[in-house]
Unconditional design. Structure first.
Length: 679
């Protein structure tokens, strides 16, 4: 078998695994549905033959075969319909992790065996209809639960289906159709207008607009030209593109997102661990409570064995901690799915829990709070020429340089629509700048030292230069052989949304801190613009982690937002590391949450989602625990003297209802509006 075949088989296996995982809950829902309807129709004659039901409906029909018919039908219901509960109980007993399935199995089997004994060995009241309806109600509840939960895992199936099945493989001058799952690194593919991009890659020819909403949540098309990166599954709009594949199969962005979402949905936050412990204790309490209920009503009351057994079974059934077990994972599953659809990948459920209790949010400055690229902020001329002319002169010289400051000046001129061409006789002056002839005049562009070196007097500009430097600007001096023509100031400018996002974060009760390697003046300028009260300036990359440790002293919780290689250790040290879009692979791997888009609004969304998620978890826990606190005493018969009594079938109905309420409360997250409008 060659490498291509192995790659194809591996890709196909991954695809099938993705679908299998995504369909797991749907298959379980279908199984519970099938068992429910079979058991439901079998239970109808059992109910019809039950003396209690006949008395309630005021008719009597008790042929001699009635108990045996009920036994046969109830046996089918118990052993077919109840099989999932018995299988689950065996697993719980083997792992000594007693839970809801153990209780259900005990309740159903005890009712069924007592009834069988009363049919064949001694004369007594049977519980066939109670055991049958208990199974039917439990199956109905589980069917609804699995149906609801399966809806939360749809993102995995959606991700698996985003990639097109076929790709147009380019080989020389020919184009052939190939299975997109067989694409390999280095393959070249043609993507026509309206088609989905089959794999991650780089555009090598063509120009088009691409909808990348699957990774950014933003529907506005993104312009793509030669050299642009594209993500498999995004939609090509108006032009044809030829793409060289750099990631395929399990290495694609979509595959990695799917894996991270799966990990998050299978992980357990600390509150889930507590809920599981509570569920285990509740199981033990239910068995003990059921036993005590039976002992009391059988030996210390005149109601007899049947009454005592009825109440004991009801206690066991109603105490099932299923709602407690569902309280956390349903919320975690839904919230991580929602986050992924909004371009925020959360690696574990615990991340949301930690984010909801943050004391500090620490931002790296360059590339996180700022754009990470220099831009022209100020243009000051000597009064003899306009800003446009000064920028044209500077750009004509700087277009010959690849220095990031030179590129910022050239970009500014281009954005303003200023026409200019490369200067003649360009000369690079190491460490100082460059010179060239523009419109027949020799122009020098660079540092103050450069213009001083050619004999120009910079003292009249000293005050202006000092003021700009205090604001954290980098200065580019422009002059000719006679005089200084002007100064162009450049700086790494804040992201347009940064100030509003930071203000909104502070309103959530989280303190904001900025880290930067820049000098104190530059850091203070950015902090002042953005409304950040505390910042650390002059922090070397290797010292960022130490600053995070300092912030964490006294048990304070801190999250770190960064994008560079030097941010990786501090992202790991923080209680929660957040890698902002466009960050390096090292930073992404070190982070607990990844923002697909370089938009600080995603940080605010993540914080709000974490708080909303924890509120839902707490609501579910209060309901699940509170329900048991109220229901158990009633089921045990404390209100019997006032004529209030819960039978097993009603206990099963209430137990299932509590589980459904928990799931519906979790699903209400889907209609939550985060309110991210920044004004």
């Amino acid at each position: 078998m060659d490498d291509s075949q192995m790659h194809s088989m591996h890709a196909e296996h991954s695809k099938h695994t993705e679908h299998a995982h995504g369909d797991h809950h749907a298959m379980m829902a279908e199984d519970f549905k099938r068992r429910f309807f079979v058991s439901f129709f079998l239970a109808i004659p059992v109910l019809f033959l039950a003396p209690v039901i006949q008395s309630f409906l005021r008719f009597s029909f008790q042929p001699s075969y009635a108990p045996y018919t009920s036994f046969v039908l109830a046996s089918l219901i118990v052993w077919y319909g109840g099989r999932p509960f018995f299988t689950g109980a065996i697993s719980e007993l083997k792992s000594r992790n007693y839970g809801m399935m153990t209780l259900v199995a005990i309740a159903v089997i005890s009712a069924y065996l007592f009834s069988a004994a009363s049919t064949f060995f001694f004369k007594g009241v049977n519980f066939y209809w109670e055991a049958s309806t208990l199974v039917v109600v439990l199956l109905f509840g589980h069917w609804l639960e699995m149906k609801a939960v399966s809806g939360t895992g749809n993102i995995l199936r959606e991700l698996a289906n985003l990639l097109p099945s076929m790709a147009h493989l380019v080989s020389g001058s020919s184009v052939t159709d190939a299975d997109s799952f067989n694409l390999r690194k280095g393959d070249k593919v043609l993507v026509r207008p309206g088609e989905k991009i089959p794999a991650d890659g780089v555009v090598i020819n063509g120009s088009s607009s691409v909808n990348e909403s699957l990774i950014t949540g933003e529907s506005k098309p993104v312009k793509k030209n030669a050299g642009s990166t594209v993500v498999g599954g995004s939609v090509n709009y108006d032009g044809s593109l030829i793409i060289e594949v750099n990631h395929s199969g399990n290495e694609t962005y979509l595959a990695q997102v799917g894996e991270l979402v799966r990990q998050a949905q299978s992980s357990k936050p600390r509150v889930q661990v507590l809920a599981n412990r509570a569920a285990n204790l509740l199981t033990v309490a239910a068995i003990a409570g059921g036993s005590l209920t039976f002992v009391f009503w059988n030996f210390f009351s005149p109601n007899g064995l049947v009454f005592a057994l009825t109440l004991a079974i009801t206690v066991i059934v109603i105490t099932c901690p299923h709602a407690l077990g569902l309280a956390i994972p349903t919320v975690t599953t839904i919230s991580t799915s929602m986050a992924a659809k909004n371009g925020v990948i959360i690696k574990s459920g615990e991340t949301l829990e930690k984010l909801s209790g943050l004391d500090y949010l620490v931002f790296d400055k360059t590339g996180t709070l700022t754009k990470g690229e220099f831009a022209v902020t100020d243009i000051i001329t000597n009064g003899k020429m306009s800003e446009v002319e000064l920028l044209r002169f500077a750009s004509s010289v700087e277009i010959n340089s690849m220095h990031f400051i030179a590129m910022a000046i050239v970009k500014s001129a281009a954005n303003r629509g200023i026409s200019f061409g490369p200067a003649d006789n360009y000369l690079s002056i190491a460490g100082k700048g460059g010179s060239g002839r523009v419109l027949g005049e020799e122009i020098f562009v660079g540092s103050e030292a450069l213009v001083q070196e050619i004999g120009l007097d910079t003292s009249p500009w000293a005050k202006t230069a000092a003021q700009l430097a205090e604001q954290g600007r980098s200065l580019v001096w422009i002059g000719n052989r006679k005089e200084v023509l002007g100064i162009i100031a450049v700086a790494d400018t804040p992201r347009p949304e940064a100030k509003a996002v930071i203000s909104a974060i502070k309103k959530l009760g989280v303190k904001v801190i900025m880290l930067t390697g820049d000098n104190k003046e530059s850091a203070g300028q950015v902090a002042g613009i953005l409304g950040i009260d505390k910042y650390f300036a002059g922090v070397l990359p290797e010292n960022k982690m130490s600053v995070i440790k300092e912030i964490q002293q006294g048990g304070r919780k801190a999250a770190m937002v960064g994008d560079g290689i030097n941010d990786a250790p501090s992202l790991k040290q923080a209680d929660v590391g957040i890698a902002i879009g466009g960050g390096t692979q090292v930073a992404v791997e070190s982070a607990d949450a990844i923002l697909a888009e370089s938009d600080l609004g995603s940080v605010l969304y993540l914080l709000k989602l974490s708080k909303r998620t924890m509120n839902k978890m707490k609501e579910n826990l209060v309901w699940a625990a509170g329900y048991n606190v109220v229901a158990i005493p009633v089921a045990a018969g404390v209100l019997y003297r006032w004529g209030i009594l819960l039978r097993p079938e009603w206990g099963a109905l209430l137990m299932s209802l509590s589980s459904i309420i928990v799931v519906l409360n979790a699903l209400s997250l889907k209609i939550w509006k985060p309110g991210l409008k920044l004004t």
